[in-house]
Design a binder for this molecule. Structure first.
Ligand code: FAD
Length: 394
């Protein structure tokens, strides 16, 4: 039973992703996490199902799914392996969408097919060590040299940066004034074969340990002129706009993590006896389970309402930030409760809830921290209310 209405295709995608995740991903998720191992064979399996081209048009070998089907699949993957989910979320929502929306036909034909087939993984390089929430302050520079561009700087926190064959990189092309807000920054389609492209430090992380996160060093990296995406100077606008979409994916990931933790906690609580009875008979445990389930359902309902609005072509900046904020804080809260329900067993690696707890935290940080989401939501609701004489209809 689902509170959100799902059409037949959406139900089929949900079932396909659930069965695949349970059958192929679940058994090795803990091992991949323990060994911080990115699993290429898992990529090949997900590619066979078309998961790297979920939102890509059929003309470029994609499945051309609607946003809700895509989010349902991401949730199912995240229920067992949040690292696999972030790979699919970043790949499908940021580099793929940006090339699709702003690329030339030549760029689309060259890059989108291999990406949709899962032969080439896409990554997104906006952040720098000194430019996180304040992305507009980035320092990586791109200077023209004949028909080419020379890129210099270090991008930070690039998810699966060492596995990617296509990296969308934001760099400053107007170097005259380093504080021009969203202007003066352009997006380039990088490939690791470019001269001067190097991998930097690999981060050692609290969670998402099977998803490598790296710095990318651009040491006078020579980039052909035809790798500029869209218009010069509009790269940050493209990137921030694409995050509206990306944040839906992170919300789905957070919901999956929370659901994984709730399901694990329920399985445990039914079996665990204290004071001669299953702990599910204690109201304290029942109320935790009730609150966990309620928050997860509320998160999913908000997310899918936002996704449906996107499908209708509406601007969803406010709602995608709300969905990401609510789902990520739900994931953190639910995973904390799950550990409490398992008591000491929640704190050790024999059970998956400590992994869910570690994985949940980053959903409150990447693609905009919770504070940044609140800033976006406040800006949007104030503007909407000002335009409607103070009322705020959704
Ligand atoms: C595992 C992982 C994967 C990532 N993957 C990618 C990726 O693939 N591509 C990419 O480009 N980036 C990626 N990131 C980077 C991520 O998007 C940034 O970490 C995030 O945007 C926050 O930036 P920061 O870490 O520099 O924190 P900061 O911006 O320095 O923020 C520090 C704290 O200050 C708060 N803060 C900052 N400004 C304000 C303000 N104006 N008002 C109130 N509070 C504020 C923040 O909310 C936060 O609590 C990843 C990060 C992680 C951890």
């Amino acid at each position: 039973m689902s509170l959100i209405y799902l059409n037949e295709t959406q139900q089929q995608i949900q079932t396909l992703a659930r069965e695949f995740a349970q059958r192929e991903l679940a058994s090795l998720a803990a091992e991949r996490d323990r060994e911080s191992r990115f699993d290429r064979s898992m990529v090949a399996q997900m590619a066979k199902l078309g998961f790297f081209g979920m939102l890509t048009p059929e003309a470029y070998d994609g499945l051309a799914l609607d946003a809700q089907s895509y989010l349902l699949a991401l949730e199912e993957i995240a229920v067992v392996d949040a690292s696999a989910a972030v790979l699919l979320s970043v790949h499908n929502s940021l580099p793929t969408q940006m090339i699709l929306n702003f690329g030339t036909e030549t760029q689309r034909t060259r890059f989108l097919g291999p990406m949709a087939r899962g032969d080439t993984i896409g990554a997104f390089a906006l952040s720098e060590t000194e430019a996180g929430s304040d992305a507009a302050s980035l320092r990586c520079q791109a200077v023209r040299d004949g028909d080419d561009w020379i890129l210099t700087g270090t991008k930070a926190w690039v998810s699966h940066g060492n596995e990617a064959g296509v990296i969308l990189c934001m760099a400053r092309t107007d170097t005259a004034d380093a504080r021009r807000g969203t202007k003066g920054i352009s997006t380039f389609i990088l490939t690791p074969d470019l001269p001067g492209f190097q991998l930097g430090k690999k981060e050692s992380k609290l969670g998402l340990r099977a998803s490598p996160t790296l710095q990318i060093i651009l040491d006078d990296c020579r980039v052909p002129g035809d790798r500029l995406l869209g218009d010069e100077g509009k790269g940050l606008i493209y990137a921030l706009g694409s995050l509206d979409h990306g944040r839906l994916g992170i919300a789905a990931q957070a919901i999956g993590i929370a659901r994984g933790a709730l399901e694990a906690a329920m399985r445990y609580a039914v079996d665990r006896k204290q004071f001669d009875r299953p702990i599910t008979e204690f109201q304290a445990i029942q109320f935790k389970l009730a609150d966990m389930a309620t928050r997860i359902t509320a998160s999913r309902t908000l997310l899918h309402a936002a996704a449906a609005a996107k499908e209708r072509g509406e601007k969803i900046t406010r709602f995608s930030s709300m969905a990401k904020l609510f789902a990520s804080e739900t994931a953190m809260w639910v995973t904390t409760q799950a550990i409490q329900i398992l008591g000491g067993y929640g704190y050790v690696t024999d059970y998956p809830v400590e992994r869910f707890f570690r994985d949940a935290k980053v959903t409150e940080i990447y693609e905009g921290t919770s504070e940044v989401q609140r800033m976006v939501i406040a800006r949007e609701v104030l503007a909407a209310a000002a335009a409607a004489d103070g009322s705020l209809p959704d």
